[in-house]
Design a binder for this molecule. Structure first.
Ligand code: DOR
Length: 437
């Protein structure tokens, strides 16, 4: 604790708080890791600012000041694949991308399906540059058969359960998972792709897969998976969060289920909002291989429509690091997944905000307030007393994605070389600057 009145003041920024509906110029005063107050400019405030040392101030003129971004779908690869990512490196990538909170997926080696592994990840995250919340596995070993000890996982701090990477194919297992999750008021995060329909698939089933001679995953595999879980939600009163929605049919199913009043939320990733399966045949860039696969233009536009009308609640990166050796192979042999923490904000600004689909305020809501509420985790607000997790954005800064600058241990992004607009300027975690450009 210092005796000073404030530790840090972010001055002259355009403050956007989706919860407070605040969208005006102001100064944010921080002390002991918390937001003390937000003030608009006035003579008395200018006086107060005069008494501060220069190092206590961040000048955010022409910048946006928003709650720290929250990504509820991230693979940190620890334990087991520290060559691809660690909790530490993943959190550095998060900070560089403006994220102050990430939720890590349990498909590590071993899986995060017991208290010890939850605790292991939490310990690794203690001094990291982002807050980490752990999502536990629905089933032991994510094998889809026997439920994990869900109560134990929650007791240890897991904020949700998922077998991400795989659909919980057995309806009976999913039913029980929803019933348990409901008792603990957590959602089941579902990777909705029917496994049998997708067996052996390398890309989306479409004109493109036929042209390229690759086995495709049909859009209906996502629709069927989503529809079954909607039915199970109706039956159990449980809560499903659909991950990385990629098809028109799934968006329509979720829209209808929400109209019915079911407890359902959904996310979309920048890659499904920006890319289509047409990209694959150009160079067979293995970084375009991802599950669910990149779809058609019609699907892409439908996912954007869902984002705009609120069917899709939040944006996540599905940051999925893979090593260069693993991706340096034929397209059909490459493991699915691409990194995303450091490109999400720029992609959303360039392809969603600049194209007029969402305002800054709406986009920020889908990357802060909404994901925080889905998982019942702190953050997503700049109100007085809140933890000072804050992202400062240079909204029109042009930049080129450079693989050498990634903080992630992996480089598997198909966006390398892309020119984007909108860049993180500072990331502040609990009042501490964890990233500065
Ligand atoms: O493309 C993907 N990669 N999709 C997933 O669901 C899992 C992820 C991974 O873990 O690499």
């Amino acid at each position: 604790m210092t005796s000073k009145k404030y530790d840090l003041v972010i001055i002259n920024g355009r403050v956007i708080d989706p919860e407070l509906g605040f969208g005006k110029d102001g100064h944010i005063f921080i002390k002991d890791g918390k937001i003390v107050k937000i003030e608009t400019d006035s003579a008395s405030i200018r006086n107060e600012l005069k008494n501060l040392d220069e190092h206590q101030k961040i000048d955010a003129t022409d910048k946006l000041v928003v709650p720290g971004l929250i990504d509820i779908h991230v693979h940190l690869r620890e334990p087991g694949r520290e060559d691809e990512e660690t909790v530490e490196s993943g959190c550095k990538a998060a900070a560089a991308g403006g994220f102050t909170t990430v939720c890590c997926m349990p498909n590590t080696t071993p899986r995060i399906d017991n208290q010890e592994t939850v605790k292991f990840v939490q310990d690794r995250a203690k001094d990291a540059d982002a807050r980490v919340f752990v999502v536990g596995a629905v089933t032991k070993g994510t094998a889809g058969e026997e439920l994990s000890e869900i109560g134990d996982l929650v007791k240890m701090g897991a904020v949700a359960i998922t077998d991400d990477g795989q659909y919980v194919q057995n309806a009976e297992v999913m039913r029980r998972a929803l019933e348990y999750a409901r008792m603990f008021d957590i959602p089941v995060m579902q990777h909705a792709e029917d496994q049998q329909l997708c067996a052996g698939a390398i890309m989306n089933e479409s004109f493109e897969s036929t042209r390229l001679g690759m086995k495709g995953a049909p859009a209906v595999a996502e629709e069927i998976a989503v529809l079954r879980d909607i039915a199970l939600c109706r039956l159990t009163g449980g809560r499903v969060h659909f991950q990385h929605i990629s098809t028109r049919l799934a968006v329509e199913a979720i829209r209808q289920a929400k109209q019915e009043g079911l407890n359902i939320t959904a996310e979309a990733t920048p890659h499904h909002l920006v890319l289509t399966d047409k990209e694959i045949g150009k160079e067979f860039n293995t970084n375009l291989r991802v599950n669910p696969p990149l779809r058609t233009e019609e699907d892409r536009l439908a996912v954007i429509e869902g984002l705009v009308d609120g069917t899709i609640d939040c944006i996540t990166s599905d940051h999925a690091p893979h090593s260069e050796e693993e991706k340096d192979c034929e397209f059909d042999l490459a493991p699915p997944g691409m990194i995303g923490l450091e490109t999400t904000l720029g992609l959303i600004k360039t392809f969603i905000i600049d194209k007029g689909y969402l305002s800054w305020a709406d986009a920020i809501r889908k990357m802060t307030y909404n994901p925080a509420r889905i998982l019942n985790i702190p953050g997503g607000t700049l109100e007085s007393g809140a933890i000072a997790d804050i992202t400062i954005i240079d909204p029109n800064k042009k930049w080129t994605v450079n693989a050498k600058k990634f903080r992630s241990r992996s480089r598997n992004s198909p966006f390398v070389g892309w020119k984007l607009s909108g860049q993180v300027y500072r990331t502040i975690l609990g009042g501490r600057i964890v990233f500065e450009r």
